[in-house]
Design a protein around this ligand. Structure first.
Ligand code: ARG
Length: 563
């Protein structure tokens, strides 16, 4: 229990004894540093009318009753009670709460979650459109694990349908040799072919579309060339996906794309049709009505020609997971554009009786400032911004900003840390602005700022590695109070983060701690302090290093060796 929760209980008990009031709210606000005390409560003012006394008098009576609590009190203004906590009490509190995995808790023990990310589409190279699904989905995994959950991660690849036919047709026409074809060729072929198919359709022709279908039929019939091409394309695409994920520091346990669930999905559609939960339209398409869940747009479950849809494979996937993995919760890290789709999907899941806590972890777009000064969705002259381009650019900026003597490994950690941190800086429900001048800066709220604070802590620890610590039981911890107060909040930050995946609160916490630490070691001598102070302060630095690195780790951000 936090030290202030303790005091809150004491005050509540006292108020009950003194005035017979047992339902008063006791809140503590932090007070600005120029005011005496660390926290302040307005409880005396709240009680005034009910008790029929002047608030300052009530405040005095409460304080008198707390003489042995170990806290210091003063009355301010109309009746605020300002509370001072001693550094020693805060340190004792931290010691009591401290463990090898401080911040973790076991609220999710015995429960299993699936975190689904980044769920890229194999036909196209990895673009920034799948950055947030990756970073947010990864953080969801970390946060759930920190709260005791077991987590299985799954890359729900978009690998179903026509991409193969489009690739094969375009590849054959491109003249590129089998062994030379690379991911960006496939991406270009796909984009060009999509445009050509559109043109063709407009012109009322279908030669190209027929060719695409031919390849798909050939693949179904296990034609040797079709199988060989399909495997080759998939290998190229997955190798690329893995390379990018590796650079982003994310990975998944499973890679079960949409194509794994076509059969199961179609089977389920037939089953629920029979049971009367789904309905067939005049044209043969199948829908699921969701009015009873407050959604008046039915979900289209299967096309009129019997072909599987996105919803069909998601249905199959959910059933597969329910039958084989038995998750309590599934977290889908997918952008806000699909919000309505997931509302429908989750309502449909309820309708068919699936008992899973489905959670759409949604977020806004990545924006940029256009040359005209307007905020817009991030794009390049070619359309999408490729993830590799963004990462290369980030590494280049880091090299320029932080000096070329950094190791490649550190440059990568800083570049990725900067990009990821910018994803978590604000409530995920808003768009994020990719502003390179801020993201890669060592000042202001940025990833590198937080990383650098920790690098400095580690440098201090290294510098003092040979120092033999002495007993510091008599140390007063007064200079460390602010840092201690922040460290004490960490378990609550971790617990809250699992509720609604508000990673920005972890990011905010890391920043606040980093900022306070900067203030601390600027004014507090450590290596040059007398032995007792030095020993005590090193102990604090070790704990702060653990907490700061752990907070950043929950966001998937690593600490470089040097900066
Ligand atoms: N591949 C999809 C996309 O990029 C995301 C898949 C999300 N997951 C799901 N189960 N539908 O838009």
């Amino acid at each position: 229990m936090h030290i202030m929760d303790n005091l809150r209980e004491q005050i509540k008990g006292l108020i009950n004894d003194l005035y017979g009031v047992d339902d008063v709210t006791v809140d503590f606000a932090s007070v600005p540093s120029e005011i005496e005390g660390d926290y302040s409560t307005n409880v005396a003012m709240r009680l005034a009318r009910q008790v029929g006394k002047n608030p300052r008098q009530i405040a005095q009576e409460i304080i008198d009753g707390l003489a042995d609590s170990g806290f210091g009190f003063t009355i301010a203004g109309p009746g605020f009670i300002n509370v001072s906590v001693s550094g020693k009490a805060l340190k004792a509190q931290l010691d009591e709460a401290w463990s090898d995995n401080y911040g973790n808790n076991n609220s999710g023990e015995g429960k299993l979650a699936i975190s689904e990310f980044p769920s890229t589409n194999i036909a196209k190279p990895y673009s920034v459109g799948h950055l947030r699904p990756g970073t947010q989905g990864w953080a969801a995994k970390k946060v759930l694990e920190a709260n005791g959950w077991k987590v299985i991660t799954d890359n729900h690849l978009g690998d179903v349908g026509t991409p193969f036919g489009i690739w094969a047709t375009g590849f054959k026409r491109s003249g590129i040799a089998f062994d030379d074809v690379a991911i960006y060729d496939l991406g270009n072929i796909y984009i060009q072919m999509k445009a050509d198919l559109k043109e063709e359709e407009k012109a009322g022709k279908h030669a190209l579309a027929d060719e695409v279908q031919d390849w798909l039929l050939k693949l179904e019939a296990k034609d040797e060339e079709a199988v060989k091409l399909s495997e080759h394309f998939k290998d190229i695409s997955m190798k690329h996906t893995h390379e990018v994920m590796n650079r982003l520091g994310i990975s998944t346990d499973l890679e079960m794309g949409e194509s794994c669930f076509v059969e199961r999905g179609k089977q389920a559609v037939a089953e629920y049709l029979e049971k009367g939960l789904f309905e067939k339209n005049e044209d043969g398409s199948v829908i699921c009505r969701l009015d009873e869940y407050g959604i008046d747009v039915p979900m289209l479950m299967q096309k009129s020609n019997g072909a599987a849809l996105y919803a069909t494979t998601d249905l199959g996937c959910m059933l597969y997971r329910a039958e084989n993995l038995h998750p309590d919760k599934i977290v889908y890290a997918v952008g806000a554009e699909q919000k309505f789709y997931f509302e429908q999907l989750f309502a449909m899941a309820k309708k068919i009786g699936l008992n899973i806590d489905n959670y759409h972890l949604w977020f806004g777009t990545i924006d940029q400032i256009s040359p005209e000064g307007k905020r817009e969705k991030m794009s390049s002259r070619k359309g999408v911004v490729l993830m590799e381009e963004l990462l290369n650019d980030a590494e280049k900026r880091v090299r320029e900003n932080f000096g070329a003597e950094l190791s490649d490994d550190d440059i990568k950690k800083i570049a990725v840390g900067a990009i990821k941190y910018s994803d978590f800086i604000a409530d995920r429900k808003t768009g994020i602005l990719y502003d390179p001048d801020k993201i890669f800066a060592l000042t202001g709220q940025s990833g590198p700022f937080c990383q650098y604070a920790d690098v400095r802590l580690r440098r201090i620890l290294e510098k003092n590695a040979d120092f033999a610590c002495v007993d510091f039981a008599d140390y007063d911890w007064e200079a460390e109070k602010n840092v201690l107060q922040i460290l004490l909040r960490f378990p609550e930050v971790v617990a809250n983060a699992a509720e609604n995946f508000e990673m920005h609160k972890i990011a905010g916490f890391a920043f606040e701690l980093a900022q306070e630490l900067n203030r601390y070691y600027e004014k507090t001598p450590i290596s040059s302090a007398p032995d007792m102070e030095r020993s005590a302060r090193l102990e604090l630095i070790r704990k702060a290093d653990y907490v700061l690195a752990r907070a950043l780790d929950l966001l998937g951000i690593e600490i470089p060796a040097q900066m």
